[in-house]
Design a binder for this molecule. Structure first.
Ligand SMILES: C[S@@+](CC[C@H](N)C(=O)[O-])C[C@H]1O[C@@H](n2cnc3c(N)ncnc32)[C@H](O)[C@@H]1O
Length: 234
């Protein structure tokens, strides 16, 4: 593998001016939510109805979704990244591009860190919007992340990236060995509700990854009210 080095700002900008836009403008990591316009619209609608006080993203990567989520929450936005070189790049991006002051970038494992964040919140007052996107390695933390939200006991809605939509194969999903990101990674809990996009993948933009929207029965009316979603019976 070639050693990783970076050009300075001026040389980088010079090089970018000489690369055809189609080569990098549509790369998924450059845009929020994989460049998925319909997903972005749904998340905004959830935020307007649910009025989250706090946001939590697991898996920061380059921080392309974080600033968007940060604008949807009343108080703090937390984003957790396990890989130190990636964490350093995201830190630099947030500092240099002047992203919002309410962004808290945390280095660590999402399962441990989400528990610590939730411990500091008030389940009677806070409402959490979680974007669960920390699946790249063999260990998939999604089940435990959702368990942490359930155990916290407050109001929360989780949006899961790379989620298998059984009824529409146009939505792509991730799998690691035998495990597919989909309804099987949800913890078994009779009060859990799952919603997925009701619109065809043909109308989505960007990477067209599937999305799972999960909450407890007590918050399901928020997701029921969103016309682009349909409930999946668990
Ligand atoms: C698909 S990328 C996240 C993309 C980002 N959310 C966005 O919207 O642009 C997945 C990231 O999760 C990180 N990751 C994987 N497992 C993790 C874990 N257990 N805890 C925290 N981060 C993790 C990876 O290092 C990688 O940077």
């Amino acid at each position: 593998m070639a050693p990783k080095f970076y050009f300075g700002q001026q040389l980088s900008e010079f090089c970018l001016d000489h690369i055809k836009p189609h080569v990098y403008f549509d790369k998924w990591a450059i845009q929020p939510f994989n460049g998925q316009a319909r997903r972005m619209a749904v998340i905004w609608e959830i935020a307007r109805t649910f009025k989250p006080t706090v946001g939590v993203e697991t898996g920061t990567f380059m921080g392309s979704s974080t600033p968007y989520l940060a604008t949807m929450v009343e108080k703090e936005m937390y984003t957790i990244e396990i890989d130190k070189p990636t964490f350093d790049l995201a830190t630099e991006r947030f500092e240099k591009n002047g992203h919002q002051k309410n962004i808290n970038l945390i280095l660590g494992d999402s399962v441990l860190q989400i528990e610590t964040i939730l411990d500091g919140l008030n389940p009677n007052e806070d409402r959490v919007l979680a974007y669960l996107d920390a699946h790249w390695y063999d260990a998939i933390p999604t089940t435990e992340e959702i368990e942490a939200l359930i155990n916290w006991g407050g109001s929360w809605i989780a949006v899961i990236d790379d989620f298998k939509i059984d009824s529409d194969s146009g939505y792509r999903f991730d799998s690691y060995g035998e495990v597919e990101i989909g309804k099987d990674v949800l913890p078994s809990n009779r009060d859990l509700r799952l919603f997925v996009p009701s619109i065809s993948s043909e109308y989505e933009t960007g990477r067209r990854k599937g999305t799972g929207y999960v909450c407890m029965k007590s918050d399901a009316k928020v997701l029921e009210s969103i016309s682009d979603l349909t409930e999946y019976r668990l």
